[in-house]
Design a protein around this ligand. Structure first.
Ligand code: ADP
Ligand code: MG
Length: 348
């Protein structure tokens, strides 16, 4: 079987785990990243350092690979599209263009008759006056947000006077859902109606950053089936190739909503490395490199804990039990709120 060389745009922890999975499948990887210290270069066969709009670097990267994927969604559409004219980019750039824009993403989901929270586009402050019924809400930048960055809670219209917001960036106002729980579905689509789907994962966020994840999620069968169905519909509609994550809210009346889609492997799916026969990373590599699809088998229940900021220090020389798996992302600097590693514990 032909084994393509896989180019990965982005060199953080997701790029590292993709490169490790590719290596296991004897697929060579080349990382392209704007950070000279990108941790993923330690696990890849080659590394191109450059800005994501540097034409020469983009050309150099393309010349070294057969197929390209990415570990984060905030890559300019033009860049992905340009690369795609020469070598295939998967998931395809048009998918990323929808998902990287919170309004386009929510419109897309609603057009499938899948529930999201209510929302409105906000491009200037005066537009807030007509959407008071969406309060309390969250005002989010339409692009570039992650780990809660670019989000402002808005309780009353008066409270807006005390926060400094540059409305010209483009915002979405989302009504706050009274959360009972959050779950996510990781699905890898290979081609039409061919996919592998993991069971729902239950997630706890603190300060809008994922803190821990576990399987099984404690949810009703109805929610389990509905979340899997919606994730499958989304992946099919996008004609997606690779691993995709759908994040969901469950409100206090047990209504299910799609929160957002990530066109990539996802933090909540890290436990699949140890809890399943094939991880979300390996499945992504298999799908984008057109390798064999292997039926998923769950090996164990599991919990994953994100290690954030200086919480990493004691873990670095800790002894672990046989059912514990510690991953250090090997980031050069410890920063407040930065994801530094994770610990997965298998639970029988
Ligand atoms: P990010 O792109 O930063 O992951 P999200 O939209 O997923 O942004 O928000 C991060 C977290 O903030 C969510 O997982 C949830 O805990 C909380 N949150 C975001 N939007 C809402 C909302 N409309 N209602 C309730 N909680 C929300
Ligand atoms: Mg999110």
């Amino acid at each position: 079987m032909f084994k393509p060389t896989l180019g990965i745009i982005g060199g953080g922890q997701l790029g590292s785990m993709l490169a490790i999975a590719a290596n296991k499948l004897e697929i060579k990887t080349v990382i392209f990243c704007d950070d000279i210290d990108a941790p993923a270069q330690k696990f890849s066969n080659d590394f191109v350092h450059g800005q994501y709009n540097d034409q020469n670097k983009i050309k150099e990267f393309i010349s070294k690979v057969d197929v390209i994927t990415y570990e984060f969604e905030n890559i300019p559409y033009e860049t992905l599209n340009e690369i795609n004219r020469i070598k295939p980019v998967l998931p395809k750039p048009s998918v990323n263009r929808i998902i990287q824009h919170r309004l386009a993403e929510k419109d897309f989901i609603n057009n499938l008759n899948i529930r999201t929270t209510r929302y409105a586009s906000i491009e200037k402050k005066s537009e807030m006056d007509s959407v008071e019924d969406l309060l309390p809400g969250l005002l989010k930048t339409v692009t570039m947000g992650y780990d809660g960055k670019g989000q402002h809670p808005v309780h009353t219209l008066e409270s807006l006077d005390s926060i400094d917001i540059d409305y010209s960036k483009g915002y979405i106002l989302e009504k706050l859902v009274k959360l009972k729980k959050e779950i996510s579905i990781i699905i890898t689509r290979f081609s039409n109606q061919k996919y592998e789907i993991y069971e729902p994962i239950e997630n706890v966020h603190e300060d809008q950053i994922l803190r821990n994840s576990k399987i099984p999620a404690e949810i009703s069968d109805k929610i389990l089936n509905q979340s899997k169905l919606w994730a499958t519909q989304i992946a099919e509609e996008l004609k997606y190739v690779g691993t995709l994550c759908v994040e969901f809210f469950i409100d206090r009346n047990d209504n299910l909503y799609v929160n957002e889609i990530a066109p990539r492997v996802h933090n909540s799916g890290h436990l699949t490395i140890n809890a399943y026969n094939v991880s979300q990373f390996e499945n992504h590599v298999r799908a984008v490199c057109k390798l064999e699809q292997i039926p998923l088998q769950k090996k164990s229940n599991a919990e994953m804990l994100n290690i954030i900021g200086d919480q990493i220090i004691p873990y670095r020389n800790k002894k672990f039990a046989e059912n514990e798996f510690f991953f250090d992302y090997l980031k050069k600097d410890i920063k407040d709120k930065r994801k530094m590693g994770h610990l997965t514990t298998l639970i029988s």
